[in-house]
Ligand binder design. Structure first.
Ligand SMILES: [Fe+2]
Length: 157
């Protein structure tokens, strides 16, 4: 048994694995949507928005990796294949017919907001279950989501 499972109840561990995998699926789906936006965006602000989407993608990847590896530390199985994520992500499907920067920004912001709200709920659930470390990891992901949402929404003013 991994060392860091000492002192964690089975319920805390199982709750954290379930919450982490659910938010991992959303983070991966959101990452794909952000790349879709990065590739397809057109218009006057092209470079700014194209590069912004890549920085949002890179930030998401940091937390994707942390969430998946925390699942492994908790003796679970990280689920991150596109086939599984397509079935388990709770985010709204990303449209493939958008081109305007404003449309991509609005569509990504809506999903980032949804992702952030669900992270906040998962922070509470894992904290209440007794896994403060997972709650902390999810808090870092939530804080990054808030920051990138602010960056993207500032382009919509
Ligand atoms: Fe690129």
């Amino acid at each position: 048994m991994p060392v860091n499972l000492q002192g964690l109840t089975d319920n805390a561990r199982k709750t954290a694995v379930a919450e982490l995998n659910a938010r991992l699926a959303d983070a991966l789906a959101l990452s794909s949507a952000v790349k879709q936006a990065h590739w397809n965006v057109k218009g006057r602000n092209f470079i700014a928005v194209h590069e912004l989407f890549d920085s949002v993608f890179a930030n998401l990847q940091l937390h994707v990796d942390e969430m998946a590896e925390r699942v492994q530390q908790l003796d679970g199985t990280a689920i991150g294949t596109v086939e599984k994520v397509a079935k388990t992500s709770s985010l709204k499907e990303y449209p493939t017919d958008l081109t305007k920067a404003e449309d991509h920004l609005k569509a990504i912001c809506a999903r980032m907001r949804d992702y952030g709200e669900k992270l906040r709920a998962a922070i509470d659930v894992t904290g209440e279950a007794g896994d403060a470390d997972t709650a902390d990891l999810l808090t870092a992901a939530s804080r990054a989501a808030d920051k990138d949402l602010w960056f993207m929404e500032s382009h919509l003013e």
